[in-house]
Ligand binder design. Structure first.
Ligand SMILES: C[C@@](CO)(OP(=O)(O)O)[C@H](O)COP(=O)(O)OP(=O)(O)OC[C@H]1O[C@@H](n2ccc(N)nc2=O)[C@H](O)[C@@H]1O
Ligand SMILES: Nc1ncnc2c1ncn2[C@@H]1O[C@H](COP(=O)(O)OP(=O)(O)O)[C@@H](O)[C@H]1O
Length: 299
């Protein structure tokens, strides 16, 4: 019988022979867009952190080289388990590198809203690489793993380690960055139920460089950081402004901002109690919004 913890994450233990990974949600504490590159991608500066909450991926080896995927969980019905799923894409990419003889039966419990700026698909792809590397005893160099990860999406390399990082380039230039006092911080994630296309939101960026991101301490990220994709996301989905206003009005908020290309917004709170009260208030006032209480992952 699966257990569901206070955050709604499936915590059922693995069966014998089964391995489990959590695909931790990614939060952009700040996201500065510096310019549009010649290859069409945008040059970014972003502070990535990860939450304890995530999707659950489990899998067991199969000897015939086939790969299967089943999906369940609160957002599972929004996803197809076919070859376009990032779990399948990641499995195929690793298989073509490590050998066609390796197969697996995979199950994804989708706890995070889809296309919502918290990297659920990217985290799933990264979790698949971690899980299959363990299952298939694949010894891959960091460079090979990073190359495979980047072929699956700009955010996937950072999701492989799922620890806080200063991220540059299109998402592949990763610097170790531990911000004092962030681990374990209560964070509330709120999504108003609209899916936003990352490409469309980047397409709405105004083209003006508003300056670099200084992120050696949290106070700098709060006062000098921004998410340059908030404006185009709000233009595409005006409800994002309502979510931000609702979060900013809560007691004990240290920072409220949108993550990634939206529409999920987050707030960091002073205490667990503040976060819980805010969650109650938002759930009572906005029945259709997804509201998830979690913490910044401890590294
Ligand atoms: C905006 C961010 C911030 O962390 O997160 P999400 O909103 O996806 O969570 C990422 O840069 C998203 O990364 P990811 O979701 O992996 O994007 P990709 O699949 O590589 O790209 C999807 C599309 O987004 C645009 N794109 C993406 C990354 C980037 N640095 N510049 C871009 O212009 C491109 O139009 C690209 O075709
Ligand atoms: N396993 C998956 N989980 C989420 N989205 C997926 C998955 N596989 C493919 N996708 C597709 O990837 C796109 C980006 O999804 P996601 O990573 O959740 O959002 P975002 O990039 O905004 O953080 C969506 O359009 C979705 O249909």
């Amino acid at each position: 019988m699966p257990h569901v913890d206070a955050e709604g994450a499936a915590t059922c233990p693995a069966d014998a022979g089964e391995l489990v990974e959590t695909a931790f949600a990614k939060i952009n504490l700040a996201l500065h867009v510096r310019h549009k590159r010649a290859d069409g991608y945008h040059a970014l500066e972003s502070l990535f952190v990860f939450t304890e909450l995530g999707d659950r991926l489990s899998g067991r080896a199969r000897p015939d080289g086939a790969i299967s995927l089943d999906i369940d969980g609160p957002f599972g019905s929004e996803l197809d388990a076919g070859p376009g799923n990032l779990v399948m894409k990641a499995a195929r990419a690793l298989q073509s590198h490590w050998g066609e003889g390796h197969g697996a039966d995979l199950r994804l419990s989708k706890m995070l809203p889809v296309a919502s700026g918290i990297g659920g698909g990217s985290a799933d792809a990264a979790a698949t690489l971690r899980l299959l590397a363990r299952l298939w005893h694949a010894r891959l160099s960091d460079e090979t793993l990073e190359r495979i990860a980047l072929s699956l999406g700009s955010d996937v390399p950072a999701c492989v380690s799922s620890v806080s990082r200063m991220v540059r380039g299109r998402g592949e230039v990763l610097e170790q960055r531990t911000i004092a006092g962030l681990s374990g911080t209560p964070i509330l994630l709120v999504n108003p139920g609209v899916a936003l296309s990352t490409a469309r939101v980047f397409g709405g960026w105004g083209g003006v460089d508003r300056g670099p991101l200084a992120a050696s301490e949290l106070e700098q990220v709060i006062t000098g950081g921004r998410n340059d994709l908030e404006a185009p996301a709000m233009a595409a989905a005006p409800v994002v402004a309502d979510v931000l206003a609702a979060l900013q009005a809560c007691e004990g908020v240290r920072l409220a901002r949108m993550s990634g290309s939206g529409a999920t917004c987050f707030a960091l709170f002073e205490t667990d109690r503040h976060s819980a009260l805010a969650a109650d208030r938002l759930r009572a006032g906005h029945g259709g919004w997804w509201v998830a209480e979690t913490r910044i992952r401890t590294e």
